[in-house]
Design a protein around this ligand. Structure first.
Ligand code: C5P
Length: 303
């Protein structure tokens, strides 16, 4: 996350994520699922500008900043009112810090929504970080992290601002891990989205992955993309394929491409292919675009 102070505003560029490994360990008494996941952040960013507002209100305006490839309708796909996690994050902070200050938030969407790429969670984390500065609240990192976990399971990962991390619990317990090289991906989002809750509901305990998140972390630390590809795993791939023909078709399209490996991200519907290098990612992206596989873009892990 890149945070810049301006005279009366704060500008943030906040990234998307991919789940390279996601194991569901079981259902918890609180209705959530216990996870072990390894997430990386990739260089595809939403941008937000936070400007003080005298009224004390929280106002959000959404714009599409997507290129032709990430789509131009992203702003239409995100909720504008209190269902937007950005507004909820700002209101939670007002309530928690007991402040009456307002803010106008301009959000430029590039990260596809409802795709398993963490766009909404990333925007919410950006909101907590930016308003802590704009409103001079001086809340500690641990306090912000607790608020982040109340907003959503993926929000603490973005607040941790690391390029790779193990996430446990329902996803909110973060331990950063090292990466030796950057990884190149082709990411495709089919036009249909899936509800995260519906995908988790459709999950049934099945065979466990032969690998674990630690094996994935070793491959990242050693900078061995082929080993990383061999460790790719997502326990939500099967339920997402069961719920969505488009996810099934996309997996079939990826299996005909010379990628090192491919997988669903989070609860979908976006899938990614891990490529040997950027040139290959660009070539495969253009092939998948011509097959009208969905919204296609290339992204690499952040340095
Ligand atoms: O935490 P978040 O709001 O992103 O989760 C959305 C929904 O996904 C939850 O309401 C829950 O149904 C499901 N979920 C889950 N276990 C998790 C994370 C999410 O069951 N670890």
């Amino acid at each position: 996350m890149l945070v810049r102070d301006r005279v009366h505003s704060v500008l943030v560029h906040t990234p998307a994520k991919l789940n390279l490994f996601l194991e569901v360990l079981g259902k918890r008494a609180d209705g959530y699922h216990e996870l072990e996941t390894l997430m990386v952040s990739v260089a595809l960013y939403d941008s937000l500008i936070f400007t003080e507002e005298d009224s004390g209100d929280v106002r959000l305006r959404c714009f599409s900043a997507g290129s032709r490839n990430t789509g131009s309708d992203q702003a239409d796909r995100v909720p504008h009112g209190t269902e937007n996690l950005v507004v909820r994050a700002a209101q939670l902070l007002q309530e928690h810090a007991d402040v009456r200050r307002g803010v106008c938030i301009d959000l430029w969407k590039r990260i596809p929504a409802a795709a398993g790429l963490g766009g909404g969670s990333s925007d919410a984390a950006a909101t907590l970080a930016a308003l802590n500065r704009l409103w001079r609240l001086e809340l500690s990192a641990a306090e912000l992290c607790r608020l982040a976990a109340r907003l959503g399971s993926d929000v603490p990962f973005f607040l941790a601002d690391t390029n790779a991390a193990f996430c446990r619990g329902r996803g909110e317990e973060i331990s950063p891990c090292e990466t030796a090289t950057s990884l190149n991906f082709v990411v495709v989002q089919p036009l249909a989205g899936l509800s995260t809750a519906a995908v988790y509901r459709a999950w049934t305990p099945a065979e466990r992955s032969p690998n674990d998140a630690a094996a994935m972390a070793d491959s990242l630390r050693e900078g061995r993309p082929a080993r990383t590809a061999a460790c790719l795993y997502n326990a939500l791939q099967a339920p997402a394929e069961q719920l969505s023909t488009e996810v099934r078709q996309l997996a079939a399209k990826f299996s005909r491409q010379p990628v090192l490996g491919h997988m669903l991200s989070g609860s979908g519907t976006a899938c990614f292919g891990l490529c040997a290098h950027r040139r290959q990612a660009l070539r495969i992206a253009s092939r998948l675009r011509s097959q009208r596989a969905g919204r296609v873009f290339v992204a690499r892990t952040r340095p």
